[in-house]
Design a protein around this ligand. Sequence first.
Ligand SMILES: *Cc1c(COP(=O)(O)O)cnc(C)c1O
Length: 364
Amino acid sequence: MTKMNDLIARVFRQEVLAMSAYHVADAEDLIKLDAMENPYEWPEDVKTHWLETLRACPLNRYPDPGARRLAATIKQMNGLDQDAALLLGNGSDEIIQLLLMALPQGSPVLSPEPGFVMYKQLSHCLGLNYIGIPLQEEDFALDLPAMLTAIERHQPKLIFLAYPNNPTGNLFNQDAIGAIIEQAPGLVVIDEAYEPFADASYLEMLGRHPNLLVMRTVSKLGLAGLRLGYLCGSPELIEQLDKIRLPYNINVLTQASAEFALNHKALFDQQTRLIRAERARVFAELNAIGGITAYPSSANFILFRTPSGRANAIFAALKQMGVLIKNLSPQGGILVDCLRVTIGKPDENEAFLSALKQSLISHP
Ligand SMILES: *Cc1c(COP(=O)(O)O)cnc(C)c1O
């Protein structure tokens, strides 16, 4: 074993040795409300039609490296010009990785915290200097003076702003975002993973700021299994990033399936409406429970605060009762006592709410 340890220490980068693996909870036999997935599947006739599309996919051939048909569909769906620049990734996670890989070694990367964990995780892995700036405690708003001071001091090459933010669910103030884009000496990536639930976007601002990039994914919309994200921005920036993209990063099945799915956008719009309606209901019901404070959300999840010191026990009790949500309390800081629930189908949400009430009674 020591021989193996010596080998590992000799071979791998210090950053890798220091990392811990991204943990994904086992959800078998549980009501899965932990990962911001769309709970709805497709109607049978749509599935049949989709499978017919896949039958025509040549698995013996490499995929179209530019995924041109899919890219055209994405542009059309988002009202982008057909000659707009687009970078596709194997999930937006891959795009985050790509952006970070393009930076000089040790570059400063800035993001508000709590934020999406991949910004920090991938920055550390690549030996970059990740700087997290705390959000305001009461409402998770950007601390603009702190952000601007950090920008001045660290001169970050890249700033990530999730809009709406994960795990807090709120949209940051647009004036604050504007000031950050103006002051940033490098790139600002607006991560719009939850755009289907938000009615707000920076896509239309792209022409106005050369350093602005907008990133999206089909995951939260209802296609998490496909692994497809995309980045929009100025062609000159996209051209540089495209150099380090692996040529066949979007496989044929994803290309065909995503194109098929996005041509059935009405299906997702309907599901999104259901999820939003449920979000409003769950939010109201959560806040009606004594001791629980739910935070307003523009995403498909809700962050809520439990009575002091009880988040871990409540999380465990819910799991015991068959409902898996996300425990953020161990992350500390302003997330102490916080749990996050993804909006599911009405009966799943009902099971969650009743299990939560139960857990508050049985573990006073
Ligand atoms: C889920 C999520 C992503 C990752 O999306 P994938 O396309 O599934 O990799 C990116 N950013 C934020 C803020 C997210 O919550």
